[in-house]
Design a binder for this molecule. Structure first.
Ligand code: CA
Length: 225
C-alpha cells in the first residue's frame, strides 16, 4: 500500500514509517498539517494516518476538507493522545474510518492498517443527504426525488435540510423555529405549519400516501423517515 503519515511528533512518525516500510509499504511523511493536506489532496494514497493536533492545520480540519472539498475517499486512520468517546464520534462523523488512541503499539497500528486496507472503498459524498429516494445537495442546493429535481425556496430548503439531517428524529416546532427561523421577528404562530405544508406539496404531493416521507407526530412535531 502507499501510505501517508501526517504527524508532527517526529519520533512517532519516523518509527511508524520504518515499521510500515519493513512490511513492504511505500510511506510518505509530513510533519506539518498544511503540507500534509496538500500531499493528501494531490497524491493518490491507499491510506492516510492522521494525527489530530498538528501545526498548520489540525487533523479534524484536514479530514473534513479532504472529504467534503477535495472528495478524497482514501481511508483515514486518526491518531490522537485524547481517547475520549467525543473525539472518536467527531472523528468518525467528519469522515475518518478508524481511530487509534495514543500511546499504541506498532502491532495495534499494523492491525488497523491491515483492516483498513481490506475495506472496500465506499465513495461518500458528504455534501449529499439522502432519505429514501430523496436527496439534498448542500453544495449545489439541489433537491431531487426519484431523480426529478424539485424547486424549493431558500426557507423550504433550510427546513428540509434540517429535517433530513435529523432524519428519524421527532423535531418539535420550537426546535424548528430556533434552528430554521432563528427567531426571525416576522414569524407567525402558524408559520412552521405553513412551510411544512409547502414542503409536503412538493416532496410528497406527487407520490402515493404510503411513500410520504414527512410525518406529523401529533402533539410532538415532525419527522422525516
Ligand atoms: Ca501532534
Amino acid at each position: 500500500m502507499k501510505i501517508l503519515i501526517i504527524e508532527d511528533e517526529k519520533k512517532i512518525a519516523d518509527s511508524i514509517k520504518k515499521g510500515l516500510q519493513q512490511e513492504n509499504h511505500i510511506v510518505d511523511v509530513s510533519y506539518d498539517g498544511t503540507a500534509g493536506f496538500d500531499l493528501a489532496s494531490s497524491e493518490k494514497y491507499d491510506l492516510i494516518i492522521l494525527d489530530l493536533m498538528l501545526p498548520g492545520m489540525d487533523g479534524w480540519t484536514i479530514c473534513k476538507n479532504l472529504r467534503s472539498e477535495e472528495k478524497v475517499d482514501t481511508p483515514i486512520l486518526m491518531l490522537t493522545a485524547r481517547g475520549s468517546v467525543d473525539d472518536k464520534v467527531i472523528g468518525l462523523n467528519i469522515g475518518a474510518d478508524d481511530y487509534l488512541p495514543k500511546p499504541f503499539s506498532f502491532e495495534e497500528l499494523l492491525a488497523r492498517v491491515k483492516a483498513l486496507g481490506r475495506r472496500p472503498k465506499v465513495i461518500t459524498d458528504y455534501s449529499l443527504i439522502t432519505v429514501s429516494d430523496l436527496t439534498l445537495n448542500r453544495d449545489s442546493y439541489e433537491v431531487k426525488r426519484d431523480g426529478i429535481t424539485i424547486e424549493l425556496s431558500r426557507k423550504e430548503f433550510t427546513l428540509l435540510e434540517y429535517l433530513m439531517k435529523n432524519q428519524g428524529k421527532i423535531i418539535s416546532k420550537d426546535e424548528l423555529i430556533r434552528n430554521v427561523w432563528e427567531y426571525e421577528a416576522d414569524i407567525l404562530p402558524n408559520t412552521v405549519e405553513v412551510y411544512i405544508g409547502y414542503l409536503r406539496k412538493k416532496i410528497d404531493g406527487p407520490f402515493p400516501k404510503n411513500k410520504h416521507l414527512i410525518k406529523t407526530v401529533r402533539g410532538f412535531g415532525y419527522k422525516i423517515v
